[in-house]
Each structure stands twice: as C-alpha cells, then as structure tokens.
Design a protein around this ligand. Sequence first.
Ligand code: NAD
Length: 342
Amino acid sequence: MHITVSLAERSYPIYVQTGLLDKLGAIIAADHPASSYAIITDSTVGKLYGSRVQAPLADAGCPVTYHEFEAGEASKNPATVATLCSELARAGHDRTSVVIALGGGVAGDIAGFVASIYLRGISCVQIPTTLLAQVDSSVGGKTGVDLPEGKNLVGTFSQPSAVFIDPDVLHTLPDDQFIAGLAEVIKYGVIRDPEFLVYLDAHREPILARRPDALIHVIKTCCLIKAAVVAEDEKEGDIPAHPQFSATPSATRWRRPLISPSCTATRWPSAWWRRRGWRYGTRCSQRSGRSTCRHLLHATACPPRSRRSLTAVALHRILAPIRNGWAPRCFSSCPPMKDRYS
Ligand SMILES: NC(=O)c1ccc[n+]([C@@H]2O[C@H](COP(=O)([O-])OP(=O)(O)OC[C@H]3O[C@@H](n4cnc5c(N)ncnc54)[C@H](O)[C@@H]3O)[C@@H](O)[C@H]2O)c1
C-alpha cells in the first residue's frame, strides 16, 4: 500500500505505516540495493532513532555509515554540506551508494542536497520524523541550504527514490513542532480540500492526542495532495497560493522558517479575497466574516515561538465556520482528491 508521486521515470512511492521504522532496514536493503548506505541525520533524531535504522542494515550485511550534524536550522548551510560530502568521500561511498535522510525538514533538505551533488548525484531515500517533513518537505524533491543572504538560496530539484513515513516517531516530537506541522496540515485543507477540513474538525481530539489512526489519515491525505501538486508541476509544485503561506525570505531575521508571524487577515482587504473567489471576501467587511478570516489565517500561520497552543477548542473555533458552509468558493472548482492510495 503506497502513494505514488507520478513523474514518469522519476516516479517514487510514499509508504505510510505505523511500526515501519523497525522494518526499514530489511525493506531498504531489498528494494534499494546499494554498494553502501550513508545515514544522514541530526543530533536529536540520531540519538532517538539512528540505531533503529542503522542496526538492521548492518545486520543484513550492508555496509552502512552514520553521519550526524547539530540539530537546528543553523546547521542548514554550505559548511555542513561540505563536511558531509567529505565524510562520504572518506567513507568510500560511490555512485551506487544510497543516502538515507533521517529527520525533520532540515535533515531532509541537507541530506537530499548532499545526495544530489555527491559524485554528481546519488540516490536518496527520505525517512521524515517531524509532522512538517512527513506532510510536506520529504515529498517533492526540493533540497538545499540557507545562505546569510537568505533562506534556501542554494539547492537542487532532486526527487528521492522513496519516502518512508512512520507516524509512531511523532510521539517524541515536541508540542511546538507538532503544532507547526499541524499548521501545514490545515493549509492543505484550506487550499485544496474542504472535506479534509471537515475531517480535521471532527477528529481534532484524536489528532491532537496523536492517535495513529487519525495521524495516518492526516498524513496520507496531505501526501496525496502534495503528490498531485508535484505531479502537476514538479518545479513550481508548491502548496502556497498566498504570500501569507510562504516562508519568510530573510535568513537573518526569521526565528521559525515556517510562515511569517505577522500574518493577519486584516492586512488583506476584502477585495484580495474577492479576486480569488473566496466567499469570505464578500463578507470580510461584515463583523463575523473578518474574524473568520483572521482565525483561519492565525491557525495556519500560528508561529510556534509565540507558544500559542492550538487546543481542541481553538481548532473547533477555527473550523466551525467552514463546517457550517463558509467554504471558499474556489473549492467548488476543485474536485475531491481521487484516492490514489494503491
Ligand atoms: N524541501 C521542502 O520542500 C521543504 C518544505 C517545507 C519546509 N522545508 C524546510 O524544512 C525545515 C523545517 O523542518 P522541521 O520543521 O521539520 O524542522 P527540523 O528538521 O529542524 O526539526 C525540528 C526539531 O525537531 C527535532 N526532531 C525531529 N524529529 C523528531 C522526533 N521524531 N522526535 C523528537 N524530535 C524530533 C529536530 O532534531 C529539530 O530539533 C526548514 O529548513 C524548511 O526550509 C523544506
């Protein structure tokens, strides 16, 4: 059972399954044979999950090396990439080696970039461990690092060979990171799938409790949407349809690289919404319409550093207007996602 990202000869599967992490050594050894494997991860994820990926590969007789960098966005720079490339060269990895990217979006972006440039490009499989990475950054093939001049200024488009998602790893994820990922999840619903917003509304408690059944549905739905978006346009394939949903451009000023914290609907006049076919737009000048926009955008753009907790009650308030028929008009032209989970 997997989702396929359809890109002709560069198509690849996304597996979503609880307990997958402990089976991965055998699966990778069988489905992605290589002369050697290089696990690239950060210092936090490495301690939690590194050996659970490395040991089964080593037990299966595969040469495997382990490479760790300091956790955090500050490591996402060319120096880390150069260090990792040197480590791979010293370890003797060749053109038939496979990089295993284990971690959140930072590890995925760095390891994917290293794989795409080492020996002019070797294969990479992604094992995302944050909710954000599981629903967004591990799919689509965007890799890269930041420069002092800006975020993600150096990088490549390089699709992974496979993405392996185990929702169980989210149980160790700090709350603020989980909520940051949930903001991305809500964004998928806002932009592409109103039925998904209704699901989020109805299942807010199991989702916030990180129950596996709810998480699997959420992750699969997001991956289906992301896979469809990437298949439509590999290079521009991105969910954001609004500047408020984009990353903050300045590498020197952002704290969280997610979304501009200054986001409020009040900064966008009702005409902006009208032009985009949002029914909200016509109601923005009305009392509840404007506050609906603001709640929705605050939810999707809630900066984790503000430590605003997205409680079950808050999620209910955000999604209730949508459940009651306040869906954006643009949704009517967006057919429901076909279930391509095969
Ligand atoms: N390539 C893309 O398409 C794309 C899309 C969106 C975001 N991104 C990038 O993703 C990055 C942000 O990713 P992120 O939010 O995952 O941050 P991250 O990778 O820094 O992870 C956040 C923190 O959580 C820790 N962590 C990760 N998994 C854990 C787990 N299971 N248990 C406990 N701790 C865990 C990490 O060590 C880190 O300290 C940014 O650099 C952004 O540019 C890339």
